[in-house]
Design a protein around this ligand. Sequence first.
Ligand SMILES: *Cc1c(COP(=O)(O)O)cnc(C)c1O
Length: 467
Amino acid sequence: MRYISTRGQAPVRDFAGVLLAGLAEDGGLYVPESWPHFSASDWRAMRGLPYPELAARIIQPFTSGSFDAETLGGLCARAYAGFGHPAIVPLVQLETGLWVQELFHGPTLAFKDLAMQLLGLLFDAVLGARGERVTIVGATSGDTGSAAIEAFAGRERADVVILHPRGRTSEVQRRQMTTVAAGNIGNAAVEGTFDDCQDLVKAMFADAPFRKELHLSAVNSINWARVAAQIPYYVAAALALGAPDREVAFAVPTGNFGNVLAAWAARRMGLPVARLIVGSNRNDILARFLAGNDMSMRAVEPSLSPSMDIQVSSNFERLLFELVGRDPAETTRIMLRFRETGRMQVSDGAWQRARQVFYGFRLDDAGTADEIRRLHNASGYLADPHTAIGIASARAHPCTHGLPTVAMATAHPAKFPAAMERAVGFSPPLPPRLADLHERGERFSVVANDLEAVEAFVRATARRNTG
Ligand SMILES: *Cc1c(COP(=O)(O)O)cnc(C)c1O
């Protein structure tokens, strides 16, 4: 499989190449040169497979040329061995026609583990074969950092440094990052905001000599391998509910558009996905786009669902590329104008094509708390604030009526104790393997909001392993 950039000016790469590269050099995002396709009988043959085997079958066409089926199968088995549920991604029925798929049984209790656990192994395999090392740097306001740290802790070929804004992440989120005792992990508590952390990461990548010296790499949500690794759970849910002989709909609480893009990819590969509902909190740029072709940036406002507090959904560019008929010049023109003016203008035709599949939905904090309470009263189910938005969106949309609909449960409710307290008056306990999280020793360094200081910290972390 070969990958091309949505902006058409970066080298064509294979899977291993896009895994390590992340963003393309032309500022675009890598996409497969052509989409793999499965027939109805292919889908039927996958019914009932254990999740790791299903995942390997779905991901394999994307990795061809870089990983053979057997190697990939072994990596998927290892990636999901540490999950806290034997089904890995269990479905739970809430009411007639409506299910949640729990994507939070991984080590950090959020769906990002599904992709990140595999990424850690893929990185080690590719870097091992090449005899190389990388330093992964990233900024986090919550779930991504801990998922990356858990996935790469103790890996041989990568060091990971995660920047978080000091005192501005939740206690659970911080502890999930800082209590992992592995020599190749560095946590920097930056004296600044999340935006400062992101700017520092960008500045490190822009510092060419530093980037080269440390072999900087990234595992943020625009990394194609993360999208690919999120496709299989949509397949698992659809097959369990009758696909390919019955259509399904998915409702996805959305931030950077990576998760719902994976659902779209499954559809593009032939899975009968009739509708995709994009759930947003008050940061509703996607809902506004789908409702009225108005994609205009606004300041980010904090909400009960912090992992969806976004100004721009970076993975949207991959859908845009498809909506404009895979035209890189047109994609580039639209994206550059968007950066310039803060407003995206797509043609009426492209907008209508999006609306054939995607439906937007927005819920504010009061509505989110109401939905958590309503669900708990109706079925005893406890949904975290992100998941609650997904469930509410599935219930609200007439487009799902008569279609089996699956809302993606993206985080465990114990990750957001304050929101749960507010909604139902208590917070569920952390699962047993994390029960002692608050007693574990933390390790992090407070670092000034300053490029030189952060680069020195990154160097020191990387040097622990290279001597
Ligand atoms: C990251 C995250 C999201 C948003 O996912 P995207 O792929 O960025 O759209 C939603 N819910 C939770 C709990 C998350 O951690």
